[in-house]
Write a protein that binds this ligand. Sequence first.
Ligand code: BG6
Ligand code: MG
Length: 210
Amino acid sequence: MKYQGIIFDLDGVICSTDEYHYLAWKALADRLGIPFDRERNNLLRGVSRMASLEIILEKSNKTYTEEEKAAFAEEKNTLYRQLLSRMSPADLSDDVRSTLEELRKTGLLLAIGSSSKNTPYILQRIGLGNFFDAVADGNCITHSKPHPEVFLKAADMIGLPPQTCLVVEDAHAGVEAALAGGFDCAAMGDARDDERATWHLQRFSDLLKL
Ligand code: BG6
Ligand code: MG
């Protein structure tokens, strides 16, 4: 592999928490009578919590105050955290676990670059709380993807320039963020066919073939 470091998105790349995001937003949207489905949910990938809420509310015929919006975001996050609380190391797939172990042996620096403020909690639930060399997340950025800030921060934390790092993403907003930051990008999941990506992964373990 020509890279010295890999920066992984979290939701939808390391673990399937993207499904829990969908279920929690769906419950809120249903309660408010707003149409929302999995296709629309794909627009929220990589996007911050409040920006996600704004995308959902675009389909509402009501306008809401900032206080109401803050309460909706809190309601969604409470339900989302309930779903996360049931996660354990068993929720890390064998494909991801074995690939991370192999990559670790190669001496590559491994980091997380996620828009999520729940990143530390999720990593702890799935048993990766101490695994990564650096974690840049929604708690330490002011601009969410497609802005490159979170990946630039992660690269800085592992002491590598963007040109030597690969970003792994499942979101179109994340692919855009990676390229804007000067990184190569391996796209998987929902973003797998994104033509802007450097690599297209069928599965996480395809990283070992690069
Ligand atoms: C990203 C998800 O990882 O985190 C988005 O792809 C989500 O869907 C964002 O909105 C923020 O997550 P959180 O946990 O801070 O609400
Ligand atoms: Mg993602």
